[in-house]
Design a protein around this ligand. Sequence first.
Ligand SMILES: *Cc1c(COP(=O)(O)O)cnc(C)c1O
Length: 456
Amino acid sequence: MPHDQRNAVPAQEFPTSPAADLLSLSSGIWPTTAAADENGTLTIGGIPVTEIAERHGTPVYVFDETDFRKRCDRFRKAFEDFDVYYAGKAFLSRTTARLAEAAGLSLDVCTEGELAFAEAVGFPGDRILMHGNNKSTEELAAALDYGVGRIVVDSFAELDRLRDLLPRFPGVRPQVLLRVTVGVHADTHDYIATAHEDQKFGFSLVSGEAAAAVRRVLDDGLLELRGLHSHIGSQILGTAGFEAAAKRLLELRAQFVREGAQLPELDLGGGFGIAYSPEDEPTEPEDMADILRTVVAKECAVLGVDVPRLAIEPGRAIVGPSGVTLYTVGTVKHREGIRTFVAVDGGMSDNVRTALYDATYSVRLAGRTSDAPLRLSRVVGKHCDAGDVVVRDDHLPADVRVGDLLAVPGTGAYCRSLAHNYNQVPRPPVVAVADGETRVIVRRETIDDLLRLDMG
Ligand SMILES: *Cc1c(COP(=O)(O)O)cnc(C)c1O
């Protein structure tokens, strides 16, 4: 459906009650500790969001630490026979790196900057994997210097760069995976589908490039080839894409295993989807683990080869549901026959996903209850751009007014990490909540921070 047509949703009214609001807290889109107190105020980590907003201001990213810990544990357990790399790019801070480490997860980084956060908490190098389609010589050197356990090589140019670096690291034989573009078009937004032919990542399978890369690494012997890697995209709710990718990787692998090569690992990447609205039905980690295990075992039996150790790299599925963004309403405009625009004190600078990927979010009146009928509303930001939308369509009480506190769930992944300073708007803080306490884990940026970068 064309963009404009779909957006022209007529105003509708639905009856509601505080009870309906409470019900929505169990719809799978809120962090585990989200609840409503006796006044109907949303609480996270045992703290009313009104208190969080008062103490830390808005907009603010609230990080449910308990939720994050639980999800790390759940993935660790569900995928106990896999290597589980937390994909740092979803949201990397010293706190998330430490918590992931403590939960026994490994860490996936893709730049020198992300590696620096791992180093800052002493994350064990052998549990770090670095991928990326255009790693610089300096980034590869930093990875080798820190003893990063796996480098996912993405191009022939990178193979050259690694080879040229080796004299600087005598006795080091980097352990690498080769990223393969398996030709699967994952069922997700085009910008986050990463394994069809028409995109920038990896060695193409169909063209024979991937086989040539394997051949080259095996022949020159400078690198220790641990196996193949694929990442088909992000926010994928089903399992078909992962199954197809695994089969194609295993077929390629089998060609070389039959010749006597050892490729003991297979990395299936990340991309497991989460619920952003009550209609989304993501695959549970336990089911995903079972399916991947079974598919790989079956396929290896058919191919007559050994079963490799599997790895996954979930980012969003671990941290996405841990985050809730709080905003304060600044203006409300009822456009008769079109829709209601509710403008908040943040926007595309703290959550660019709606503008970038047409992402779906939900919103809830968080600081009070209302008996007013629900009205289809659009939550927009304060930026000078008509595409500055946070929540495209969701229902808010018709009496939503200036000063109200709104909560948008599912903002733990790819919100702070994609935040920017359009209109010189400082980026919000990340406030961890747990057991009735708040703790700032990333402080609010200030206008002074922004001015300081400007050299006049
Ligand atoms: C982005 C990315 C991930 C994490 O993706 P999620 O959708 O957050 O799980 C994992 N691996 C690679 C190579 C990536 O680029």
